[in-house]
Design a protein around this ligand. Structure first.
Ligand SMILES: O=c1ccn([C@@H]2O[C@H](COP(=O)(O)OP(=O)(O)O[C@H]3O[C@H](CO)[C@@H](O)[C@H](O)[C@H]3O)[C@@H](O)[C@H]2O)c(=O)[nH]1
Ligand SMILES: [Mn+2]
Length: 722
């Protein structure tokens, strides 16, 4: 246990590993070795001993098997890292010094990229929820980066700012814990019908209506009663202004020194930033947006503490920044602490989490293991950084090109809206500002991978920074996950391409990482950067006759995974869906990502960031709530899934027929039948979507037909080979 000098700010306890875990590890390791041995042996026999009758097909099969084993062994081995030193932390914000003048200022960064995929009302709710933090208001600034360059988003934030003048005092007066108005009003019971709540709800609903009307119309109409200042703001959206080609827009919507709420208290700062975009200049997606915010905020407020969130989450606990201070302000904590990561937790996920969207293994179980080494990775949202960490190593500062951007610079202007402040802010958000600077390589968020979060934290850890994982019982941030299988698989494909960028890049965790950081931590990063290669054993083993070993391996790892999942608070049904999604992504998102990444290496495909849609279709949501899978679009990602389902159904039924005819056949076929049966059981939603469903989420006929054709081709070619 760690204690601070005077009061206890936080504790850290190791989680005990059970003996049963060690037994599993041993059994698993020996089985993997046995497999390797078996396939190496087979390969040697086919190539050397039966030299004369050498059959090229057999050699390549044996080689493939060996590759699959090696991948399996590698993935299994690196996954053990997370099981070595798991720890659990607790923070005690009630023990913090009461003198708030000692607290550092906090700049919050919210990213949004497309008003039609990320509704402006969500952005407004995310902003309101953090503006209402239990934190000294004059020290709090909220910066919204709008990569969609949309006046609709600016409009929503201006409306939110007016509403906040009522909402913030209301939250404090009533001691609310949920401070996203949308989530708060949804959580109310009919019995909570006090007059003041009712009035606030009316105010919120009318604001929401105005924003949604503007979104439907597609533009803001300034001709009516808006103020002169608003008119000037919206006048930037000229005829030539498009989301990919436009000048910077920076709008100070609320300024702490000027704006007061209805009770005459100070408001936090609220600043809208849409960086300049030009078609010819690369903008580096979210990493680029965040780096612009680092610079703009440096000029305006330059808080030493920075929180990044996505617009699809909201704060679920106003005490969160205080929890962070329990780590950041504790004299006993490692001075190299760069960030404190809270996992994204989800609401709106259906009862059994059919798409396994919680990522429990990655964001909860494995993160706890990394926390025991030198810290978890950055997960893109819900993360508090020390600004200093964006500038070099703990020991030496990389000085930015302009002194006002330095992490220790103190902005001294009397107002954020002074002409020279705004001019400089506009300058650092130019699209070609970063040319010949070190942004994206030595400073800020790092470019070059579609998982800028994972990559940035990897390089921070390489430089000697460390991090802390914080997962309080009350989730700090809540957000939605895609409720549609296709969006989900596309998202996984994007992660996978980003991870491969890392795995095969110049600073790969397996080459650069193992030399630059703690070995265990490097292997942990290696495990996930090679995540998509899971697709190799998953697809190849499906065709190996040496099944008994797999069955053993399979049972062992399944039982282990099951135990971990349940012990970490998962349910049986959620685990079942988790393992199903593991298979589905293993044969869809992962191999497609490998393909796209490879094409990209030859310049045949350009990286793209497909922003995940957060818009909820009512019908689709109803089906999701019932736990149904959503297909609906004729996407190639569905071909392998459907083909596998069909093939296994055919194999399973023909097996049943054979056993029926010849009772002796049963023994040899047991394991094969078991695996085919298991796949069939997992594929139920696919059969259902092909045959029984009539709603728009059913399997498109085109996908079914093409998959049947694939299945026939595979069946015939296997039949002719043996
Ligand atoms: O050009 C872009 C593209 C995206 N975004 C923002 O990036 C965030 C994440 O995008 P989303 O489509 O929601 O992706 P997710 O799959 O939900 O993102 C996960 O994975 C990303 C990459 O690893 C992380 O950055 C995210 O924080 C993490 O939630 C959103 O707020 C977007 O507005 C931008 O600001 N600019
Ligand atoms: Mn998201």
């Amino acid at each position: 246990m760690e204690k601070s000098t005077s009061v206890l700010l936080h504790t850290k306890k190791p989680l005990k590993r059970t003996w049963i875990n060690r037994v599993f590890a041993l059994v698993y390791a020996s089985t993997v070795l046995a497999l390797l041995y078996h396939h190496l042996h087979t390969l040697l026999i086919t190539t050397i001993i039966t030299n004369k009758s050498t059959n090229n097909a057999h050699i390549s099969v044996a080689l493939l098997m060996l590759v699959a084993d090696m991948v399996l062994a590698f993935m299994w081995f690196t996954h053990q890292i997370f099981r070595l030193f798991p720890i659990k932390r607790r923070a005690f914000p009630e023990n913090l010094v009461k003198d708030e003048s000692k607290y550092p200022s906090l700049d919050v960064f919210i990213c949004t990229a497309d008003p039609y995929r990320e509704p402006p009302m969500d952005v407004a709710n995310a902003a309101l929820s953090v503006m209402a933090y239990d934190y000294p208001t004059e020290k709090l600034s909220v910066y919204v980066s709008d990569d969609g360059g949309s006046q609709l988003t600016l409009f929503a934030l201006m409306e939110a700012a007016e509403f906040a003048k009522h909402w913030l005092p209301f939250c404090r007066l009533n001691g609310l814990v949920v401070r996203s108005p949308e989530a708060y009003f949804k959580s109310l019971q009919p019995s909570d019908s006090l007059q003041n709540i009712h009035d606030m709800k009316v105010l919120y609903e009318s604001m929401k209506k105005r924003v949604e009307n503007v979104v439907i119309r597609g533009s803001v109409d300034c001709s009516t009663d808006d103020s002169e200042l608003d008119k000037i703001a919206f006048s930037k959206w000229t005829e030539e202004f498009t989301s990919q080609d436009h000048p910077s827009v920076i709008q100070v919507i609320l300024e702490s020194k000027i704006n007061k709420d209805v009770n005459n208290n100070q408001m936090p700062n609220l600043i809208y930033v849409s960086r300049e975009k030009r078609k010819a200049t690369p903008h580096h997606f979210k990493g680029g947006a965040l780096n612009t915010l680092i610079r703009v905020s440096a000029i305006m407020t330059n808080a030493p503490l920075v929180l990044t969130i996505d617009c699809d989450v909201y704060s679920n606990d106003p005490q969160t920044p205080l929890r962070v201070l329990c780590y950041m302000m504790d004299p006993c904590v490692d001075p190299n602490l760069a960030f404190v990561q809270f996992p994204q937790r989800f609401n709106g996920i259906n009862k059994n989490d059919v798409y396994s969207a919680e990522f429990k293994n990655w964001t909860e179980i494995d993160a706890v293991g990394l926390d025991g080494i030198l810290g978890p990775n950055y997960m893109g949202t819900g993360c508090f950084f020390r600004r200093r960490a964006f500038f070099g190593t703990p020991a030496s500062v990389v000085q930015p090109e302009c002194p006002q951007l330095r992490p220790d610079h103190v902005p001294c202007s009397s107002s954020l809206q002074e002409e020279d402040v705004l001019a400089l802010a506009l300058d650092v958000s130019r699209s070609n500002y970063e040319a010949s600077t070190q942004w994206g390589s030595e400073m800020g968020f790092i470019y070059g991978s579609l998982v800028e979060d994972y990559y940035t934290s990897f390089l921070l850890h390489c430089k000697g920074w460390r991090s802390i994982y914080c997962n309080p019982d009350r989730p700090a941030f809540l957000g939605n996950a895609p409720i549609n299988l296709h969006d989900f698989l596309i998202m996984l494909k994007r992660y996978s391409i980003g991870l491969l960028d890392m795995a095969f890049g110049k600073t790969s965790p397996i080459t650069f990482g193992v030399q630059s950081m703690n070995l265990l931590q490097a292997l942990g990063y290696t495990h996930y950067s090679f995540w998509p290669v899971w697709s190799i054993p998953i697809t190849i083993y499906a065709s190996d006759p040496w099944f008994i070993v797999y069955a053993f391996l399979f049972a062992g790892s399944y039982v282990q995974d099951f135990m971990e999942y349940i012990l970490n608070g998962g349910t049986y049904a959620k685990w079942w869906n988790n393992q199903r999604m593991w298979m589905i992504r293993g044969i869809s998102s992962f191999p497609f990502a490998v393909l796209e990444y490879t094409l990209g290496c030859f310049g045949l495909s350009a990286p793209g960031y497909s922003v995940t849609s957060k818009v909820v279709d009512v019908k689709q949501n109803q089906r999701y709530e019932q736990g149904m899978f959503e297909f609906g679009v004729a996407s190639p990602l569905f071909f392998p899934v459907t083909t596998t389902a069909i093939l296994n159904l055919v194999a399973f039924s023909s097996g049943v027929v054979q056993i029926w005819r010849n009772a002796n056949a049963g023994e040899d076929m047991f394991v094969q039948m078991f695996i085919a049966g298991f796949v069939v059981l997992n594929s139920w939603p696919v059969y259902d979507a092909i045959i029984f469903r009539a709603d728009t989420g059913k399997m498109p006929l085109k996908v079914s037909l093409i998959s049947v054709a694939f299945a026939c081709i595979i069946y015939l070619s296997v039949a002719s080979a043996f």
